[in-house]
Design a protein. Structure first.
Lengths: 211, 205
């Protein structure tokens, strides 16, 4: 591991009566409003964090419903007109034998969003209950949600590319369905939910509360 | 508190769990992790600034190429359709989908360009040993805040998925813009790996 030294045991800036800048790490005395190094706003803990997390999360979950019910892609060929939903698209890919791509789309559009909803609920509930258990696991869950959440956008981009590319007048055209919009909204809302979560709260449970 | 704390400027707090550490100079090519949660706190790369700037400039130029050249071309039964990155954005050009066109334009073109531009603006003078420009802090803060919303790499994976979906239907030719865009993605990843927020903020001070 690296070479940052530690002060007596492991102490948070909050326990030491200080407030740290989340952007640059600079430590300040309590009550300083703006970071002297990077000018960022200072806040020991985001007290409204959970409220914002729940609001964005619920918005994201609501938007995910029409994303699954309405068609993502509208395909017109000489002989047929078809509409496919997210799951329908995955089933089509399996019928064509493209297992690898079916798995990528399924993971990005179904497993990641639902896994993300569950992970954020778990994080928010455990912080609310001031749980001191599984801090490392929860921190990993938080980092995964932050890192992986954006990748759900794949399906929206696939729809964009297919719709732009397959415009062959009479033979075949592909156009985006309305589900693409609600799916994108769902991804954006859950990204905002994850960003609103103050990860420092995970580590506070077993620390001295000095206020 | 009974603990004797070192001067505040010697301390650095983990941005993810708030744990205090004493800042030290790192040996070259090493990283420092938070003792508690394991988050990366500092990285030490010799001449990191110069490399970041040159990678950002390269990515910026390649991004312009990626927007201008043909991206993909589709041929089927005598019909032909060339697509640029902008066409992919404009795919959502009807009714309720228009805001999505704007969002996609931001995710894959505008935000990556803003991030690169802001980095070049903020770090440029530092490489030439000049004092930071006014607004350099705000520019670097913006580049960092926009990081999760820059989705060029996700777009490239999406393109690959789309290519495989279409492969059976028609012949797809990959244009120069595709390679330029892929280049932007790789360079951006390399560049973001090199950014040590702690030392850049320190240098901008």
């Amino acid at each position: 591991m690296g070479s940052t030294g530690i002060t007596s045991g492991l102490m948070s800036a909050r326990e030491a009566g200080l407030v740290a800048c989340q952007r640059c790490g600079q430590v300040h005395a309590k009550g300083v409003p703006y970071c002297k190094r990077c000018d960022g706003p200072l806040q020991s803990r985001d007290t409204e964090s959970l409220q914002k997390v729940w609001a964005w999360l619920i918005a994201g979950m609501i938007a995910y419903v029409p994303a699954n019910l309405y068609p993502m892609l509208l395909t017109n060929t000489l002989v047929e007109h078809s509409e496919s939903t997210i799951i329908g698209g995955v089933v089509d890919l399996i019928h064509h034998g493209s297992w690898g791509i079916a798995i990528i789309v399924f993971v990005a559009s179904v497993m990641i969003p639902i896994g993300k909803f569950l992970a954020v609920i778990y994080l928010a509930v455990s912080v609310k209950n001031k749980s001191g258990a599984n801090q490392h696991e929860r921190h990993v869950a938080y980092e995964l949600v932050e890192f992986i959440g954006r990748w759900s956008m794949i399906d929206v981009f696939v729809v964009a590319i297919l719709s732009a590319l397959v415009q062959l007048d009479t033979i075949a055209t592909i156009n985006p369905g309305i589900a693409a919009v609600s799916f994108a909204l769902s991804v954006i809302f859950t990204m905002l939910a994850a960003q609103s979560f103050d990860s420092r709260l995970i580590w506070d449970a077993d620390r001295m509360q000095d206020d | 508190m009974s603990h004797q704390l070192p001067p505040l400027d010697d301390l650095v707090a983990c941005h993810q769990c708030d744990t205090l550490h004493v800042a030290q100079t790192l040996p070259a090519h090493t990283r420092a992790y938070c003792k508690r949660c394991g988050a990366v706190m500092m990285t030490s790369q010799p001449a990191a600034m110069a490399r970041i700037i040159s990678l950002a400039l390269t990515a910026f130029i390649m991004m312009i190429a990626a927007i201008s050249f043909p991206f993909l071309t589709l041929d089927a039964q005598g019909l032909h359709n060339a697509t640029s990155v902008l066409d992919a954005v404009l795919a959502f050009n009807e009714g309720l989908a228009i805001p999505l066109a704007v969002a996609v334009a931001f995710f894959i073109i505008v935000i990556p360009l803003i991030r690169l531009g802001a980095l070049i603006y903020a770090l440029g003078p530092l490489v030439r040993d000049q004092p930071p420009r006014s607004g350099a802090k705000r520019a670097f803060g913006l580049a960092e805040r926009l990081r999760p919303w820059s989705m060029a790499e996700i777009f490239i994976v999406g393109v690959t998925v789309a290519l495989i979906k279409v492969a059976g239907l028609a012949a797809v030719t990959i244009g120069p813009a595709f390679w330029a865009f892929a280049g932007v993605v790789i360079i951006t990843v390399l560049k973001d790996q090199m950014i040590c927020r702690y030392s850049i903020w320190e240098a901008l001070e």
